[in-house]
Design a binder for this molecule. Structure first.
Ligand code: BGC
Length: 718
């Protein structure tokens, strides 16, 4: 179908049929569905009639080629004009081959592998009949209490933007011509990650300057990469819920950024305009959301119940509805659904491709690159000959896929004990405690196992329902029983290696000083246990670097590297000063900074050299460092480039990441890393929201993390 044919299809549609395209229903409402599909929100009293189902435009949470073909087939029989359904699902970090959670992928600083993970997720999803994924989630995060930090790639706008692009490339590829890719829906627009107090769905209030500086770039990057769809956020933004926020979506997203794709509400978010207190009832909610630019209402019924009447009364123009419907029809067309409503759905390919060795190998590689070694007092890597006691609630726990892995099966997951058994000559396994409770029997068995060992490997963490959507915590330590388990093990005076499986930066008091080595594995996915064992035994060398700072304590939160200075900075960490910006009972900075991570080898950095002391518009500055592997093992280092604008028209962050490079080095090998900087890289939002650079002094800082950098300086001349 070409554009004219789509317009003529639109002309044949009744208003009721048009409005039907604007609702998205979960699988249980659809004929031909055999199971409930994925339910990720409330489904209360929707009063959906058979007529509405017949006219529905899209479905949420269905999966499987057979299932989706059945639903599509019966829908095409019922739908008067034979308009195919769009199938959308949350394929966030894998379909059945589950990759590490996005926060972990962020810690890989490996854009190629991130892209590959999204491509594999897309291939598995597409052959299973899915057309659109609700990913990537690119919300910038600074508060580890928020359960959804695990869905983000962290606290930095540049790193998030680079990952946003990589994920979109991986999911979409050339999806209009390739049935084994899916369209991508970036979410949650906007600033959902800044919920007050880290409590989900909570208020967000920030200046437009802050929004543009830090929160918007990753959404924009996804759209610049061609991302087809956008999802609204649940939160209020500066007094107006995002889902009814005209300034955000009409003015900025549609008019300023020129986004012409489909905008979908988050689950139930149109009707939530009522409890937010900006709509008296469903009718007003429908009007506000549609006027703000929301094309599809996910899982509530305000549009289907009220839009027709709003048009008849003259409170909405039919034109607004037509525009929304046309955008949806165009997406169906682009996906090729009018020619082949079953698109990539193929049972044979499902059997062949899903969880293939190749896919699992990529998951293993990315899991190893995502884990961050935070401490190592000469205990790692382990020797195969050492007797291991593997203790803790995650010793043989399959719950390591993390939230948003609804199709990932526990039985396909390699647990840590399986991974370790593939290396160790002798391993004894005991739970020691459950995730949040314990018994004396569990503890006795663990003590017995530990007593007979050379090294204790403690596998601790949060169960996956302790993070993710609505998984917020005010106390971000490990559960008390696990802290007690560490104390018990400590009494034995044996080397302790702790591996953490969790979805957020945790407060590590009671863990970090008590253990000799600490590996943050996050939720590492299907191959997680194997990848962690590969790291523990040195088959892989840790190379993950934190994409989000780890605080000393929850009381410091939010703590992030790219903060501003104060007028009264604390100059030296140990200085005894009074009237400076500080806590009396805690350092200001995090326990582990953004960009931090250890390796089994060491890297030395030469002085930073810079091609010129001056940079002019149109010119390029090169910044050079030589990195040497000064240790005894091959390894990978993530070389990071930061810039500091010493005096701006408005305040500038203490440091801003501008580039990075992963380098792989054999022992003794050295490589020269060359970064470039141009005037465009130094632009920022001014107080009048103009985006430009100013002449003046800049520092360039290069190093292995955001704290440990060496610097040089230049001047921007205009
Ligand atoms: C989440 C979205 C998700 C949607 C559909 C919502 O609860 O906030 O991220 O895409 O459900 O499952």
């Amino acid at each position: 179908m070409n554009e004219n044919q789509l317009t003529s299809l639109l002309e044949q549609m009744t208003t009721e049929e048009k409005v039907g395209q604007l609702i998205q229903l979960a699988t249980p409402f659809l004929k031909g569905a055999s199971d409930g599909g994925q339910i990720t929100g409330p489904m209360v009293g929707m009063g959906i009639t058979e007529e509405v189902v017949k006219n529905t435009g899209s479905v949420l949470g269905a999966s499987g080629a057979k299932e989706i073909k059945n639903i599509q087939e019966s829908h095409l029989k019922d739908n008067r004009l034979g308009i195919p359904l769009l199938f959308m699902s949350d394929i966030v970090h894998g379909y059945k081959t589950i990759f590490p959670v996005p926060l972990a992928i962020g810690c890989s600083w490996d854009l190629d592998l991130a892209e590959r993970s999204a491509e594999i997720a897309a291939v598995e999803a597409a052959v299973s009949g899915i057309h659109v994924t609700f990913a990537p989630m690119v919300d910038l995060v600074r508060d580890p209490r928020w359960g959804r930090v695990m869905e983000s790639t962290g606290e930095d706008p540049y790193l998030n933007s680079e990952f946003a692009r990589a994920f979109v490339r991986g999911f979409q590829g050339d999806f209009a011509n390739d049935n084994q890719r899916v369209a991508s829906c970036v979410k949650h627009f906007a600033a959902y990650g800044a919920a007050e107090g880290g409590r989900d769905y909570n208020t967000v209030d920030m200046s437009e300057w802050q929004l543009r500086e830090n929160y918007l770039p990753a959404y924009k990057a996804a759209l610049d990469e061609g991302c087809e769809m956008v999802m609204t956020a649940f939160n209020i933004l500066n007094g107006v819920p995002s889902t009814g926020n005209k300034t955000l979506m009409r003015d900025l997203l549609r008019n300023e950024w020129g986004f012409d794709g489909v905008l979908i509400s988050d689950w139930g978010a149109v009707k939530e305009l009522i409890p937010h207190g900006v709509a008296e009832g469903e009718k007003e909610a429908a009007r506000k959301a549609l006027e703000a630019g929301v094309d599809i209402e996910m899982m509530t019924e305000c549009y289907v119940n009220h839009v027709q009447q709003l048009i008849e009364e003259g409170s909405l123009t039919e034109n607004l509805v037509d525009e929304a419907v046309l955008r949806i029809l165009k997406l169906k067309q682009k996906l090729g659904l009018f020619d082949n409503p079953y698109r990539g759905a193929d049972e044979r390919l499902e059997r062949e491709l899903i969880l293939s060795k190749q896919h699992r190998d990529s998951a293993r590689e990315l899991a190893a690159k995502s884990a961050v070694l935070l401490k190592n007092e000469q205990v790692l890597p382990l020797e195969r000959s050492q007797k291991i006691a593997l203790i803790g609630p995650f010793a043989d726990n399959h719950d390591i896929l993390g939230p948003w892995s609804w199709l990932g099966a526990q039985e396909d997951t390699i647990t840590l004990d399986k991974g370790i058994q593939s290396y160790a000559s002798e391993v004894k396994i005991a739970e020691g405690s459950s995730v949040e409770s314990s018994s004396s029997v569990q503890l006795d068995l663990a003590l017995k196992a530990a007593e007979q060992s050379d090294v204790i490997v403690l596998a601790l963490g949060e169960s996956s329902d302790m993070s993710g959507e609505a998984g917020c915590r005010a106390d971000i330590r490990l559960p008390q029983v696990q802290l007690e388990l560490i104390q018990e093990m400590k009494q034995l005076n044996k080397p302790i290696v702790t591996v953490l499986f969790n979805g957020r930066p945790l407060e590590l008091h009671g863990v970090i000083d008590e253990t000799d080595a600490l590996l943050e594995a996050w939720y590492p996915g299907t191959e997680g246990g194997q990848a962690v064992a590969d790291l523990l035994y040195g088959t892989s060398n840790p190379s993950g670097r934190l994409a989000m700072s780890i605080p000393h304590s929850v009381g410091q939160v939010p703590v992030y590297y790219n903060h501003y200075n104060t007028g009264r900075p604390k100059n030296a960490p140990d200085a005894q000063e009074r009237f400076v910006s500080q806590y009396l009972d805690s350092p200001n900075g995090p326990l582990f900074p953004f960009g931090y991570g250890l390796s089994y080898t060491t890297f030395t950095y030469s002085e930073v050299t810079i091609s010129s002391q001056e940079l002019r518009e149109g010119e390029t500055l090169t910044i050079t460092t030589r990195i040497t592997n000064s240790g005894e093992k091959a390894g990978e280092e993530v070389v990071q480039l930061y810039v500091r604008d010493t005096a701006g028209e408005v305040v500038r962050p203490m440091k801003e990441l501008k580039n990075f490079e992963r380098v792989s080095l054999y022992p003794g090998e050295e490589k020269v890393v060359i970064f470039t900087l141009k005037e465009e890289d130094l632009r920022y939002y001014h107080s009048n929201l103009e985006y430009k650079s100013d002449p003046g002094h800049f520092e360039v800082l290069v190093g292995p993390n955001s704290k440990q950098t060496s610097s040089s300086a230049f001047q921007l001349v205009k």
